[in-house]
Design a protein around this ligand. Sequence first.
Ligand SMILES: [Zn+2]
Length: 820
Amino acid sequence: MRRTQVRIALLALPALVGSVLMATAPAGAEPTAGSGRSQLEDPAQVRLVHIQMAGADMLDKVVAAGFDLEHGLKRVPNGIEGEAVVTAEQIAELEAMGVEILGDDEGFAWSNEADGGIQARRAQAVQLLSHEETVRIVRADWFTTKGQGFLYVEARTTAGQQTNPIVTMQLENDSGADTSFGFARTMSRFVDSGQYMFHRNLFKLDARPSQIRVTSSTGGVATGYVSNWLEDGAPPLTANPAYKWDFVDGYRTPQQLYSRAEEIARQYPDIAEIVYLPNKTNGYQRKAQATIGGTGQSAVVVSSAAWGHEGGNDITVEFVNRPEANLPLTVEVAGKAVRVLLAKDASGALASTAAQVATALRTQSQGLIDRAHPYRTNAGTGIVAATSGPVALTDFLNEKRAGAPEGEVPRGPATIPVLRIGKHRDGRNPGVLIQAQDHAREWVPATTSLESAERLVHNYKSDWETKKIVDNTDVFFILSNNPDGANYSFYNFASQRRNMTNHCADDNADPARRNSWGVDLNRNYRVGSGHDGYSGGSTSCVSDTYQGPEKLSEPESKNIIWLVEKYRNIKFMMSVHSNGGQLFWQPGAYIADGRITTPRPPLGDEAFYWQSAARILSQVKAHRQTVVTPENVGGSSDVLYSSAGNVREDLYHNYGIYAFGWEVGGSIYNPATGNWQGGSFQPAWVGNPELVSGHAETMEYANGIMEMFRVAADWGQDNKKPTSKLVPGGGKYSGPVDVRFETSEPATIYYTTDGSRPTLESPRYAATEFREPGQVFHVTETTTFKWFSVDSAGNIEQNYDPTNNDTRNNYRTATITVAK
Ligand SMILES: [Zn+2]
């Protein structure tokens, strides 16, 4: 019997485990209980500040404390830079945690590096590595933007987790083909949740190197060729002079977005229709409230039974001090006027506590008040003071913020329309779901999506490339998936992120908390959920990443699941967010203890994601040279942080949908300062057209969405079978040999080495480690590989049927014969 030994030289990928260890996040970010005196109490003023954290551990603590750091995060050599929407008190709290407050517009400056050399040469990134190396080059990417060249390098050392001493890595580059290495500089070690990830840096260079060399302090060396990141050139769509674009001329409220979607469906009935989502939102509405009777232990928080716009706002509550002594506590109601006649003691002093008044209001207000309680965590033991007159309850929604758009906002639950565009809307074509504005304050994703829809319908008759998209895809646009929160962002509180559902118990239900209620819709899904111990969702109802009381608690997230279950042809999804300049896929969440991620996509899907991302981002770049850098592309928990229960994980793992997440805007290179500049949630619409501008971001990212449609159309038309090979191939070798698989296109390989027939249950050819190419097998004895490959569209190499044990057995086979 011939014995086969295949040794895989490199470390196995982390496995998903079922155990759940993560503790729930504390509520945190609690301002101290302040005045509860009046219903006019202002919520804490908030502002956007740039911050720097020492590393992932500090980031985890800050997020766990309830701070919202969803956007604008980027790795810098000394830690992680980000943006936080905070009050002055929260700034002090951040500083106490060791966070550095950078102020506004103070981006990190990449150091200028030496001139790289002469001729650029296009080359495939090939790793000249063997299993004995202690260093591997993960990526070596070259790009230019606005006249400046950049080299981005990721490299791993197998001693990366070692801390005593920490292994350092030096990067050198040549000056073009056949020149020597030089310009040594130290790389930055990237550690996340206690795990060494890799070393990485973005360096300015004036000319493209051909190769790089990375040397570790423990003696490992690797060299590799430099690849180009993103194509340069004109977009295929706007290359047609007749192509029409630039339709959206300003930010759009949900009402404006939805009425335009319905109008498009009426104007273009042959290619467009509306699908109404079945679950209405919980509504742009709130109960009418006031905090009355004093502060602290003496305060009573009062909430109307009816919504504010359905009568709650008409209610008044008065605490009355009668002149006599020895009087009981009682409540009088006349119409919508509630009078609490406070108790008096024998000496004629007021004698009702806040707890007693709250109970009296709940039980004696003839149904007008159904929620009344002491303030925050107080027991309500203080004596309540009389008011100077009736206090009007309010839902605060009439208080418009400065600069709010004209028009009244419809109150109550909203129905979300989906604008469906496609010539054949019968399931034959691949569906693409574009979902914008899960997060209310992100205004550019909505205009980007609307611009893309306009381009499809206006160019269908006149532009061949657009016609191909509309004829071969089935696009579903949700222009705003959070209309209640978006209205609140437009009309009341610009920094609103979540929806408007108040899940808080009494300790957080007073009206001063009103800007802190709501569920983060992109934490409310089922895979990699915070409810199962994954990191990045909060259990606190006043955290900006509140995950909700249970998975899919919110109508907005239920709707997405309804849509993808009803329209099973949906195979692509883009969850559009702002701002940051990032493009994500899976894995997007991990359990912090051990950094256990959701399952990684197989190598074929990973390659397809990268290929699609490069196409999409090349089209973004074509507009005004904006580059989303490779350090910001990939599994979101690999390059940024864990976001538990996000929509992408659910759609990919439960429905096999290629589910991207996009942070549009921000991170654009400013040649005047030499820095990368961050954006904002609501940049000036015109702004600086070369830098931060809502209009420019809308146009460039709409280019990317159009390319995503082309990716989907190509995928739907793809009936070409992949091919694959072992490198080097079968044959006789004088000693042990290192082999790996190569495929003609993004494809997943299933293989055996024990002589059995390969099936879909066979081992999958995997990456060496995440973000790296396929593993290398160190073959020391004669071995026969049997395998087949499957591309992203499901085509199988040589038409092999792995499910059916047919007699053709037309899988691939190669024998590596190793001489003894
Ligand atoms: Zn977002």
